[in-house]
Write a protein that binds this ligand. Structure first.
Ligand code: COA
Length: 434
């Protein structure tokens, strides 16, 4: 059979495809810009036909339909990264959250969650019968190896990205053609504080380094400040729109990569707007790879001079980093933060950076604190941490004593909170802070 016959033989309506989901099934779905919303809508319309179906997913950009009251007993939701639309439900116990390092998620899914059904978005097939997983390869690629039922929403808006995103039509069981614009992560204007943080981070990044950029408001600010650099490499779990201009202008050209990916930008998923989707479509210089590869610390460390940049919510005076909880509230998830902190630390000439504004909530709370908020989980521990950056400067912590760490952190705290932090230092260590 040629691929066109295979493809058309598997084309069904959304209603037909979802009939293959059984009661008590675990279903895994692609997330973010790749959320298969056409199929999600069909499942929600027919919710009464499903009993006790668990949906596993990561970061949802819009609403979380599965947690609506009327779906109780029909659907339940388990995520690896909380977002605004499900944070409260997780806190109340109306949705579940699973914590683990991002590089482990494919194994946790396969060996523990054991979904029987996988649902994802793909591009239309190319002339050789290959669809592309487009914006998201991450944990969803390996579900094609172990799920019994493989359903894809074929969407002409999905970019035809390369690397391990390309999958032959024979690898799926059902195709549902629904064209609709992808969920996007809007670009928000860079604040003055973020601009200064971007400048401080850029001072730690040298020509020829290989970079990873995390999630939140800071990565785009850093990209702006990297415009004067040369020969950067990109090996990142995710990217937003900020990298497009850097690649187009040749600032990121991957020419110094010392592994077998020289000349290629490596990504696990894209998290931006049409600008990014169009740029990555049919672009062989951008290679999408599964997260168990991209985020595996020894693979990250194969890049010499690897620099990871991630963000956080709180750092205490020992250098313990809280990035995904506020007390018992699950704010986000560990994502790839620790994978990249460790990979960058293991890399020859590598460095890890955690960058954050010095305050939150309109300058009313300091993010540098004597002790972390009770019940918060530590994301990056004090042994892994190295550089902490705020708009007030850089604190280099690895190899430093407890006193040195605390002093360095107080120096980059917001001036309104330095006196208070200084008093804590003096009580704790019995000597003047400065
Ligand atoms: N106490 C109370 N509230 C706080 C706070 C603190 N210490 N720190 C931040 N907040 C509030 C902010 O005021 C803001 O509230 P608002 O939305 O009402 O304005 C909110 O929490 C988000 O903070 P902000 O720093 O603006 O978030 P961000 O979008 O820049 O994302 C992280 C920052 C830390 C949440 C994000 O990077 C993350 O989830 N990191 C963990 C995972 C990771 O690093 N993965 C690597 C790549 S995926």
């Amino acid at each position: 059979m040629n691929w066109k016959e295979i493809y058309t033989g598997k084309l069904v309506s959304a209603e037909e495809a979802i009939r293959n989901i059984h009661h008590n099934d675990n279903v895994v779905m692609s997330f973010g810009c790749s959320e298969p919303r056409g199929i999600v809508r069909a499942m929600c319309e027919h919710y009464a036909d499903f009993h006790n179906v668990q949906i596993s997913n990561m970061l949802l950009l819009g609403e979380t339909p599965w947690i609506k009251d009327e779906y109780k007993g029909h659907f339940s939701f388990n995520c690896f990264f909380a977002s605004g639309s499900n944070r409260a439900a997780i806190s109340k116990g109306d949705a579940d959250f699973t914590t683990c390092y991002f590089y482990e998620i494919p194994y946790v899914l396969r060996d523990v969650v054991k979904p029987r059904v996988t649902i994802m978005s793909v591009s239309p097939p190319d002339d050789n019968g290959f669809v592309s997983l487009g914006t998201n390869v991450d944990y969803i690629e390996s579900t094609l190896d172990y799920c019994e039922v493989k359903i894809a929403q074929v969407n002409k808006y999905m970019p035809h990205s390369h690397g391990e995103a390309l999958k032959h039509v024979s690898e799926f069981d059902f195709f549902v053609e629904i064209d609709e614009p992808l969920p996007e992560v809007p670009t928000v204007p860079i604040t003055d504080v973020e601009k200064q943080i971007g400048k401080n981070c850029a001072e730690l990044i040298n020509d020829g380094d290989c970079i990873q950029l995390g999630i939140g408001g800071i990565p785009n600010a850093i990209c702006e400040e990297l415009k004067g650099k040369k020969n950067l490499g990109l090996h990142s779990e995710m990217v937003g729109d900020g990298v497009v201009d850097l690649i187009k202008s040749g600032v990121i050209n991957n020419s110094k990569k010392n592994n077998h990916h020289r000349g290629k930008s490596l990504l696990g998923f894209a998290f931006g707007t049409r600008k990014l989707f169009d740029f990555m479509s049919n672009n062989p210089d951008i290679e999408m790879h599964p997260i168990e590869y991209i985020n595996y610390p020894p693979v990250i460390a194969e890049n010499d001079n690897m620099v990871s940049v991630n963000s956080c919510l709180q750092v205490d005076l020992q250098g313990q980093v809280v990035a995904d909880t506020i007390g018992l509230t699950q704010f986000s998830g560990v994502g790839g933060q620790v994978d990249f902190v460790r990979g960058a630390t293991m890399s020859k000439g590598g460095r890890s950076i955690i960058a954050m504004p010095s305050t939150a909530k309109n300058n009313t709370v300091s993010r540098i604190v004597p002790t972390i908020t009770e019940n918060s989980a530590i994301t990056t521990n004090r042994n892994d941490v190295n550089y902490i950056v705020t708009e007030f400067g850089v604190a280099q912590l690895k190899g430093k004593t407890m006193k040195e760490r605390a002093r360095a952190l107080i120096k980059i705290a917001h001036p309104d909170f330095r006196e208070e932090l200084g008093k804590v230092f003096e009580e704790r260590f019995g000597e003047k802070v400065f």
